[in-house]
Unconditional design. Structure first.
Length: 192
């Protein structure tokens, strides 16, 4: 049996965008709208972003939502090796040892790397950037969270995948635009 080809970086990025939009739409009724002016917190806007906890009364909600994001990825990767975004992009997370979906443990490690780093004040954003850019190190196209969890993302479409601009691309673009529009509508309706 031939091993599936590695997922293209752009396909992984689109799958992540789809998953983030789905997750944001799912939690939007639970998440308060806070349109606070950054200068009101006493920190410069850039440092307020780097330190999640700086004068932010909603930081416990931010931490809880980040935990939910980890659970979203953890359970789906452990059970099926795919999230809705990966299914739409025909990608799958597999163990480097078995070629099957990762174990509960490895899927958990993989899912915790991003949120744990994001919640780290000041250095979290930089470390997450390193995690994302790690995909360009070597020929395996693995982010740092893949390396730590001993996983790889494979392309289930294989050699038959159509190039950018084909019907699959247009369908995916339509899904992204629909999800984005739904997200904007939810926020507009909640703001009224």
């Amino acid at each position: 049996m031939t091993r599936p080809s590695l997922a293209a970086r752009r396909h992984r990025f689109v799958a992540l965008l789809i998953d983030c939009l789905i997750f944001q739409i799912a939690i939007s009724p639970l998440y308060p709208l806070t349109f606070e002016i950054p200068e009101a917190s006493g920190e410069a806007p850039f440092f307020g972003y780097l330190n999640l906890y700086a004068e932010n009364p909603d930081w416990p909600i931010d931490v809880a939502v980040t935990g939910l994001l980890a659970v979203y990825f953890w359970l789906q990767h452990a059970l099926w090796g795919q999230t809705p975004g990966k299914r739409l992009c025909r990608l799958k997370v597999v163990s480097t040892a078995t070629g099957e979906p990762p174990s509960l443990r490895n899927a958990g490690i993989r899912a915790l790397v991003y949120p744990a780093l994001m919640l780290t004040p000041y250095s979290g954003v930089l470390i997450n950037l390193v995690d994302a850019l790690w995909i360009f190190v070597g020929s395996e196209r693995r982010c740092l969270h893949d390396v730590v969890a001993e996983t790889v993302v494979v392309d289930l479409g294989g050699a038959g995948r159509k190039e950018l601009g084909g019907p699959g691309f247009l369908f995916g673009l339509g899904v992204i635009l629909t999800l984005f529009t739904a997200l904007v509508l939810i926020y507009v309706l909640r703001a009224r």
